[in-house]
Design a protein around this ligand. Structure first.
Ligand SMILES: Nc1ncnc2c1ncn2[C@@H]1O[C@H](COP(=O)(O)OP(=O)(O)OP(=O)(O)O)[C@@H](O)[C@H]1O
Ligand SMILES: [Mg+2]
Length: 541
């Protein structure tokens, strides 16, 4: 009795003494929680996978099939379950696609670990054996990968097609896949494919029309409209564009001014000066600015947004309109780099730096109506840099947002392929091939290692199994049939969702980059090994 009362205050301070049994419980609890997360998105794997409607607390609704997006929006509390969310994110960073696969794979590996733990295998043994197995699997995968010639556009389009086939917008893949391939080809340098940067591809979304109306624009598209307050021009041919970072407005004084007037004469002067609302200093200041801008030869101004003061005032717009200079304001800070690269000019930080050689030349700058809004298009750019712009259209924001995410996935897939030029067959064929090969290898091992490697091999079958299940086929039958075919040397056979049967995936043209599958395998294994090694959760306030 005395012992219990003595322990109570210590426990209140947050000091717990756990016994070994509890450590086992923590591990099991972690695995169960992470498995639950993986199970939640299992149904969205593959071309016949379901989509999820994500309802956010603020009332915003998203419809998506992207594993990383679903997990990212999910409210996950349990720390180990959060690790799966992070896992999907890392796959998104490394490969951009395969985020559902990586999570499902981790779930299957955790389920197998649970079975092994229940049979009394030590977690460290499982973890080490899984590490061994994944190394071997990656070796098999690389040996079987098909090399792609540099600039093979067809292969890039096919891979983008596979990635898009599982998305809500899959019926538009004949338009979007070539677009993804062309964007990446436009921004990548064959001599330095590893430097391909997705920030050089810009997706501008506009509601109105259908996805079919989307286009790749040979030039620049600005989401902003031209400033029209003083009926300035909205279309300029033979444009000389200045990308400026200063404001065409008078500086705001940061102290309050009091003007003390002592006689009528002074009052009269002030009234005269501000008859039309502007102080003469302000008018002069702006006139000087506009004069310098005009002297440089610029006829289009792109003005960076500033939080300190207005980019333009009514007065400056008036003078700029008189000088026939088109103005587009509110250019975001983070867009400056893209715009200056596209136009082949550098941003101008001060009006004194306005010179003709700092301007970009373009055939036409025009504000055009797109759907329910308007955009400014710059075409015929003279010194155009290696960037690509896609104007995405969709009938509503739900479709449009998902189209943007899907195109991003496709772009990532093409980038993977440009960086590491190897393709593998898809449709569950690589996973079953690895399962068969690892199974054979496990037979040559001894003891617990053999048991664990076999468990790892079986876990891989979750991908073809789930693809079949989601396509309405019998997963056990399909996986058994695939196992038989792969053991007999048909290494590219996978699930043909179109016919509801098992066929050669290369003939079906279902291919994916090696990098997507290899990174999914290694990241999932790494995450599972990490979860296995955790034996306690220490809450810290
Ligand atoms: N036409 C197809 N026939 C058979 N399998 C396909 C086809 N297209 C894609 N797949 C397979 O579907 C799986 C990919 O499904 P999905 O795109 O839903 O998930 P993911 O790529 O893992 O994650 P996410 O795209 O959400 O990041 C891959 O195993 C791929 O080989
Ligand atoms: Mg995908």
């Amino acid at each position: 009795m005395a012992g219990t009362t003595a322990a109570a205050p210590a426990a209140r301070k947050g000091e717990f003494l756990r016994e070994n049994a509890n450590k086992k419980d923590v591990r099991l609890m972690n695995i169960e929680a992470a498995k639950a997360v993986a199970d939640a998105i299992r149904t969205s794997l593959g071309p016949r996978g379901a989509d999820k409607m994500v309802a956010q607390a603020d009332g915003h609704v998203i419809i998506t099939n992207d594993g990383a997006t679903i997990l990212n929006k999910m409210t996950v509390e349990q720390p180990a379950a959060k690790m799966l969310v992070e896992l999907a994110k890392s796959q998104d960073v490394v490969a951009g696609d395969g985020t559902t696969s990586v999570t499902v794979l981790a779930g299957a590996l955790l389920k197998k670990s649970l079975e092994l733990l229940e049979r009394g295998v030590h977690p460290t043994i499982i973890s080490d054996a899984f590490n061994l197995a994944v190394g071997r699997a990656l070796g098999f995968l690389e040996a079987a990968a098909l090399p792609v010639a540099a600039g093979d556009r067809d292969a890039l389009v096919r891979a983008a097609n596979t990635s898009l086939s599982s998305k809500v917008v899959h019926q538009y893949s004949s338009l979007l896949s070539p677009m993804a391939a062309d964007c990446i080809l436009a921004v990548s340098d064959p001599a330095r494919p590893e430097a391909t940067d997705l920030r050089d591809v810009r997706l501008v979304t506009k509601v109105g029309g259908t996805i079919d109306d989307s286009e790749m624009v040979d030039g620049l598209v600005l989401d902003q409209r031209a400033a029209k307050a003083a009926s300035g021009p909205t279309r300029i041919e033979n444009a000389k564009i200045a990308l400026i970072q200063f404001q065409v407005s008078p500086p705001k004084s940061d102290i309050e001014n009091n003007v003390i007037i002592s006689d009528y004469a002074q009052m009269d002067r002030i009234l005269k000066a501000s008859r039309n609302g502007y102080a003469p200093e302000e008018r002069n200041y702006i006139l000087q600015l506009v004069k310098k801008i005009r002297a440089s030869g610029a006829n289009v101004l792109l003005i960076q947004k500033s939080i300190l003061r207005d980019a333009v005032t009514d007065l400056s717009l008036h003078y700029l309109a008189k000088a026939k200079i088109m103005v587009v304001k509110d250019i975001e800070r983070e867009d400056i780099e893209f715009i200056s690269k596209t136009l082949g000019c550098s941003p101008i930080a001060h009006v004194d730096h306005m010179r003709a050689d700092k301007l970009a030349s373009a055939g036409l700058v025009e504000e055009v109506p797109v759907g329910s809004g308007r955009v400014v298009k710059v075409t015929g750019i003279e010194a155009r840099g290696a960037t690509a712009t896609v104007l995405l259209r969709g009938s509503n924001s739900l479709v449009l947002e998902e189209a943007e995410r899907s195109l991003h996935d496709a772009l990532c897939v093409v980038r993977c392929l440009v960086q590491k030029r190897f393709l593998i067959a898809g449709g569950g064929s690589p996973e079953i091939e690895l399962a068969v090969k690892l199974g054979q290898w496990a037979k040559t091992l001894v003891g617990m290692e053999s048991v664990c490697v076999r468990a790892f091999a079986e876990a891989l079958e979750i991908i073809p199994g789930t693809l079949a299940e989601n396509a309405g086929m019998n997963p056990i039958e399909v996986v058994t049939e695939l196992r038989r075919l792969h053991a007999a040397g048909h290494q590219h056979h996978g699930i043909n969702v179109r016919k509801g049967s098992v066929t050669d995936m290369l003939e079906e043209k279902v291919v994916q980059p090696l990098l997507v599958t290899s990174s999914a395998l290694s990241l999932a294994t790494e995450c599972v090994r990490m979860i296995l090694k955790i034996d306690d959760i220490v809450p810290v306030r």
